[in-house]
Design a binder for this molecule. Structure first.
Ligand SMILES: [Zn+2]
Length: 140
């Protein structure tokens, strides 16, 4: 991974190998969706230290309390003391885009979303997915 700066934005461009590995690790985690295996969603993220954490959807019968895989992946990293996320696999729902965007605001790192599209791997900064972001800055 290579740190890049574009204006005020700081982000990391992953190597093709890192992208493929992250997608593979996310796909492997799919067996761990809760409560039923392979029923829901799974992702993987990479932190600035190069560590990879997975997340799986955790379904509640209330539906409202269901946790998305992106949320559990961010928590998984936070539990290990890692708050500086550089990349996460996608595509992601809009609730999760908001969560990823807020993580970006806090860390100052524009998290790249890794997706496969038409046989190609793309790295899309979360800022590009949030054209009219809320909040514009954090109230901390
Ligand atoms: Zn989601």
């Amino acid at each position: 991974m290579l740190e890049k700066k574009l204006g005020k934005r700081r982000f990391y461009k992953l190597t093709e190998f890192e992208c493929i590995n992250l997608l593979k690790v996310g796909e492997e985690a799919f067996k761990n969706t809760y409560p039923k295996s392979r029923d829901g969603f799974a992702v993987a993220l990479m932190t600035v230290s190069g560590n990879v954490y997975t997340g799986v959807s955790y379904r509640s019968d209330t539906a409202t309390l269901t946790m998305h895989s992106e949320a559990t992946a961010l928590v998984h990293a936070a539990i290990h003391g890692e708050k500086n996320v550089v990349a996460i696999t996608g595509p992601n729902c809009h609730i999760c885009k908001q969560l990823i965007y807020e993580s970006s605001l806090r860390s100052g790192i524009d998290v790249v979303v890794i997706i496969r599209e038409g046989g190609k791997i793309k790295q899309i900064p979360i800022s590009k997915m949030m054209p009219y972001p809320w909040p514009e800055k954090l109230n901390e």
